[in-house]
Design a binder for this molecule. Structure first.
Ligand SMILES: Nc1ncnc2c1ncn2[C@@H]1O[C@H](COP(=O)(O)OP(=O)(O)OP(=O)(O)O)[C@@H](O)[C@H]1O
Length: 446
């Protein structure tokens, strides 16, 4: 049996610190679905998992398991197994006893051996069963911990960064194993990670959290291709999306452009519907998002339809073997996205708020996901000379382009670049995506 898990407007306040660490979270997880909770450290991922497990009291809102109200159900009544980051094995028990322990608790008079052996076979750990945790490597310990969760045949798995204590190679291998195992078992899984590549490769859907507030939940493909705001765009994808501050210019008698400081992106005619909709931003500051695949090295004469031309000064070249990441200075200014790498969250104190403040919050929440504070910081005027080093601590240069190792690029070279404007994202001053338009009417003519 596998179960549906629903969270309706769930909040969590830790009264010790008086901070609301999860804020009105709503999620419907279908039976058998693999949902990943993704976000930076301290955004409330583990707290959500612990509330589903019953290890943490829900302050507000409702948890439903298979449609039944479950806020007050004790953890043992939820039929959910949890796998932790630190493996949490009993050090004085062998692998066999660790896996069999929950089975013995559940049915003391039944011999757990057949289930333990079947689980061990499934995980390929038969030869590890007689060893103690101290005699196992990190990867082997995590396999035993998985075995302990699986052996019970629970109706849902909750996994809290189960691979983060392992080295990169092992992490990739176990990631593939977890994916095929959970698919085979078909059990609803909620998986917490701050590693976006893990989230993208494992999840049927990915829920992105920031400051305890859900930013977007969708398939990996959709959160990458249509991020709802700057935070999601910047959190997902490697190398990180280039976010540049721009100014929309839409003169009645000339080409529409987005000024990027010293250069401008000219939007090709005829304008696409998304670009036409940008006209209303005339004179306003926006944030332009360019993933590295939207820019290539090439002269204007080589431009394909839909490509526009700029130039960049090579600041730094990162050789990666099969590809090269080139950091260009294009004379634009990067937009700063707070919280992206925050080691500690900005805990939001719980205050008694006046009614109108709550109303404002609700309006803002409807307009975007601003409850966790602004997603982007645009505190200085856009048209200033570019900073020498970017304020978000990236390598010098404002535009990172991925290219093949065939180009011999060196520091200080001026290079022609072609930008595919069909792959251009534009976000408003609050960081919400406005191009491609978020809710364009489907029957409008292109
Ligand atoms: N028992 C507690 N009492 C008070 N504050 C807590 C408690 N547990 C967690 N917090 C705070 O709640 C916030 C969210 O913590 P949580 O562990 O859910 O984040 P996370 O996204 O899982 O972080 P990480 O990826 O670092 O594990 C943090 O600010 C944390 O300090």
């Amino acid at each position: 049996m596998t179960r549906a898990i629903s969270l309706h407007d769930v909040s969590k306040v830790y009264y010790a610190s008086d901070a609301r660490v999860v804020d009105r979270l709503s999620l419907d997880i279908a039976p058998g679905e693999f949902l990943v909770l993704l976000g930076p450290s301290g955004c409330g991922k583990s707290t959500v998992l612990r509330m589903i497990a019953g290890l943490e009291q829900i302050t507000d809102g409702r948890l439903l398991l298979d449609g039944e109200y479950a806020n007050d159900l004790p953890p043992s009544g939820r039929d959910i197994a949890m796998v932790f980051q630190n493996f949490a094995l009993y050090p004085t028990m062998t692998g066999r006893d660790n896996i069999g322990f929950p089975l013995r608790i559940e049915a003391p008079s039944t011999d757990p051996s057949p289930r333990v052996d079947a689980t061990a076979r499934m995980l390929g750990i038969e030869d590890l069963l007689d060893r103690y945790p101290g005699q196992l490597s990190g990867g082997e310990r995590q396999r035993v911990a998985m075995g302990r969760a699986i052996a019970r045949h629970p109706s849902a798995f909750l996994m809290d960064e189960p691979l983060s204590n392992l080295d990169a190679k092992l992490r990739n291998r176990l990631r593939a194993e977890i994916a095929s195992l959970t698919r085979k078992l078909g059990v609803t899984t909620v998986y917490v990670t701050h590693d976006q590549s893990e989230a993208m490769s494992l999840g049927d859907r990915v829920a992105v959290l920031r400051g305890g507030v859900l930013q977007q939940v969708d398939t990996p493909r959709s959160v990458y291709a249509l991020p709802r705001n700057v935070f999601v765009a910047a959190f997902i994808g490697t190398p990180r999306i280039n976010l540049l501050r721009g100014l929309v210019r839409a003169p009645l008698d000339g080409a529409m452009t987005i000024n990027l400081g010293k250069q401008a992106l000219r939007l090709p005619e005829p304008l696409s519907l998304d670009h036409k909709l940008l006209r209303v931003q005339q004179g306003r500051e926006v944030i332009v998002g360019l993933r590295s695949e939207a820019v290539r090295i090439g002269r204007l004469a080589e431009a394909r339809p839909g490509e526009t031309h700029i130039t960049g000064l090579v600041e730094h070249v990162e050789f990666q073997g099969h590809e090269v990441l080139v950091h260009f200075n294009t004379g634009s200014r990067p937009a700063v996205v707070p919280d992206l790498e925050a080691a500690r969250p900005q805990a939001r104190p719980v205050r008694r708020r006046r009614r109108e403040t709550r109303m404002l919050d609700r309006l803002r929440a409807r307009a975007g996901s601003l409850r966790a504070g602004p997603v982007v910081a645009l505190d200085e005027p856009a048209e200033q000379p570019p900073a020498v080093a970017s304020p978000d601590g990236r390598q010098p240069g404002d535009l990172v382009v991925r290219t093949t190792p065939d180009f011999d690029l060196r520091y200080g070279m001026h290079v022609p670049l072609l930008v595919d404007v069909a792959h251009l994202f534009v976000f408003d001053q609050h960081g919400e995506r406005i191009c491609p338009a978020p809710d364009r009417l489907p029957d409008l003519d292109e």
